[in-house]
Design a protein around this ligand. Structure first.
Ligand SMILES: [Zn+2]
Length: 77
């Protein structure tokens, strides 16, 4: 089995691992509904991107689900 030629100090190991932590990803406010969303992506709540409706978020929803979704979009405004 391979054996390390030199002992690595705790300091050296910790310094190497100082770069391994995960960073928080960025969020921006949706210009249409005000929900916090990842940048450069269509808003999953209202379906808008750059002030234009790009996907129909009400498609395939029941009347009750539609009502709740509409409420969610209105809430952020
Ligand atoms: Zn939105």
């Amino acid at each position: 089995m391979a054996l390390p030629a030199r002992h690595h100090t705790r300091s050296r190991v910790n310094k190497r691992r100082s770069h391994t932590a995960l960073e928080l990803f960025n969020l921006v406010k949706c210009s249409h509904c005000g929900e916090m969303i990842p940048p450069h992506q269509v808003c999953p709540v209202c379906g808008y991107y750059k002030e234009k409706e790009t996907i129909d978020v009400f498609k395939g929803l029941t009347k009750k689900e539609r009502k709740n979704k509409q409420k969610e979009i209105e809430k952020g405004k």
